[in-house]
Ligand binder design. Structure first.
Ligand SMILES: [Mg+2]
Length: 233
């Protein structure tokens, strides 16, 4: 019997890449406007290279970018960049289509809902609250809660413990095959690959189900429970 559905946040509930791209572009435009002399394509490349090295949540990305571009941090340019980034981020932080509807329907079916995110605690909560979906979740496990990132078992196990369900009573939904799907499978959860959030061109997710719309979760959970594939324990 499936009793809980656990979600990744970025690129599963939130269109994170869309937000990141738009916010970075706005920051570059503002820094150029403030006097930075740089080709915008080169700037974008340099910034995302820093994200690749330091992690996509790296907070000093523009400081480091300016050191590379100018040999120092110009604080007027930096401030303009950060402000533009923040303004753009608020405007483009959106949930994927039907997220609200799917969460509502799962709750109506009696599912407990959880989050397992590798994002820092505050960033994860900011995104959930900004979308107005924070109240749907019984538990939110972030990187800060276990100090481990997916696919390590700890974040998944922590969420299941807090939700008071066993692995075979829970479905994990995520966009990153090597982390969300592999990690959840390893501990025995059902897995659903959010194909709509895939930015890696994943060929084989190894998930129990691949979805192009989050609403597909509803019949999947119904089917699992109707088939009695998941024995009550
Ligand atoms: Mg993700």
């Amino acid at each position: 019997m499936v009793k809980a559905v656990v979600f990744d946040v970025d690129n599963t509930l939130v269109d994170f890449l869309k937000m990141k791209n738009a916010a970075v572009d706005a920051a570059i435009e503002a820094m150029v406007d403030a006097g930075l002399d740089i080709d915008t394509d080169k700037a974008r490349e340099s910034i995302f290279k820093i994200y690749d090295e330091k992690g996509i949540e790296f907070q000093q990305v523009f400081d480091e970018f300016l050191v590379k571009a100018l040999g120092k941090v110009d604080h007027r340019i930096l401030a303009n960049g950060i402000l533009a980034y923040r303004r753009a981020r608020e405007g483009v932080l959106v949930a994927y289509p039907h997220v609200n509807m799917a969460l509502m329907e799962l709750v109506r079916m009696g599912m407990k809902l959880g989050i397992v995110s590798d994002a820092p605690k505050l960033q994860a909560w900011m995104r959930l609250c900004s979308l107005g979906i924070d109240n749907f979740f019984d538990t939110v496990v972030t990187f800060d809660d276990t100090g481990k990132k997916k696919p390590a078992p700890e974040p998944f196990e922590k969420a299941l413990e807090l939700l008071k369900v066993k692995p075979r009573e829970a479905v994990m939904v995520g966009d990153w095959a090597e982390r969300d799907i592999f990690g959840a499978r390893e501990i025995g959860m059902y897995t659903v690959f959010a194909r709509y959030g895939d930015s890696f061109g994943t060929k084989q997710s190894n998930a129990d189900l691949e979805i192009d719309d989050i609403m597909e979760l509803v019949p999947f959970v119904e089917r699992l429970n109707a088939q009695g594939k998941t024995p009550d324990v």
